[in-house]
Design a protein around this ligand. Sequence first.
Ligand code: GLU
Length: 467
Amino acid sequence: MTVRTRFAPSPTGLLHIGNARAALFNFLYARHHGGQFLLRIEDTDRERSTQKAVDVIFDGLKWMGITADAEPVFQSTRVERHKEVALQLLEAGKAYKCFCTPEELKQMREQAMAEGRPPRYNGMWRDRDPSEAPPGAPYAVRIKADHEGETVIEDLVQGEVRVANAELDDMIILRSDGTPTYQHAVVVDDHDMDITHVIRGDDHLTNTFRQLMIYRAMGWDQPRFAHLPLIHGPDGAKLSKRHGAQSVVEFRDEGYLPEALCNYLLRLGWGHGDAEILSRDEQIRLFDLDGVGRSPSRMDYTKLTHVNAVYLREADDERLTNDVMERLTGREGVDTGPVTRERVLKLMPGLKERARTLVELADNAAFLGRQVPLTFDAKAQKHLTPEARAMLGELARALAVVEPFEAEQIDAALRLFAETYGHKLGQVAQPLRAALTGTTTSPGIDATVAALGRDEVLARIGAVQNG
Ligand code: GLU
């Protein structure tokens, strides 16, 4: 059997990280077993499903490096097939026409509630002949549920889960306007797509019991199910806006690398010994559903940020530079032309050691694109005493002749200068850093000076001389 999994998002306008994690698990599971991973857009709600919302899903998955093995299936294009199966069930006597009016259904619900029963359909038309309905009356198609016994799922994450069939009512599969219901469409699509493993959030567990009725009625093989615990906030409550980012786009905007987010999301619900950082290849090699925990995971933003910092340090300098330049574009007072780009690239090994997110990275790199006169934060100003400014004037003369103008030679020149004038290296480096960056933090001073280039360094020192 070839494993075939699928991710089946509804295009609602965002890709929630809970869903993104389901996508990742489906993808890894398929890859681990040498199978296929498919994508189905559940866009039957035509009002909410816009192209923009679909693009958000495509973009998010692409960004996370989760690629499907076939063209995506759009559920809305399969309505005729959903109908066909519903009519087949009708013909086979496994489903029936229900002519209940909305008023009757309302009454049914109210009566059930009044009697303290769950508001289920009471089977009013289950055994009635359609000829008893008024001619031309609209009808929905309901599945004839088995009310005896119980349904058992051997869930690959949750273990054995049972529900008494008496709990399940004769749900509608085709509405009176001829449109299929969600439960029905999912089953027909999963069957037609040859899905062998349905891996999704455990908020779908109750749906699974209902969906199994359709598999049974059609005599179709059932897929295996794996219901993943949801992701909660750090406080254990349902993840919401107040906790922080929730959608993939938000995490991207907040400066997380996709591989860090994937690594974190994977580790959040699945464990493999103590291994924290796993490459995609290792993830594929090691992932299986038996390592997925049953209890809800708690989103830990601090941990994610830590994982991100690890990935940042390993990331390619060119790639990070491109991202930083994009984030700096449009920032007031920051030039983002090729000269700045060159500087950012050159300083990237030092910059990426100090940042935890791409936002921090861009913030820390912004000084490279500023023009004199810089503005100085309070701490930087403290370092720029009249004596320090005079000292920097002397230092400029030394820096003017450093050849080549690279970190190693600059470091030697700074040390020699400090020694000659009886300063500690820090007494030279800190005012210099303040003059060059407007702040008191930056990568190593030698690398910072080298990245700015001689002309710019002399210009920035010159500007504090006159200040
Ligand atoms: N479309 C459903 C959702 O976005 C998922 C359905 C499924 O995975 O079966 O929640």
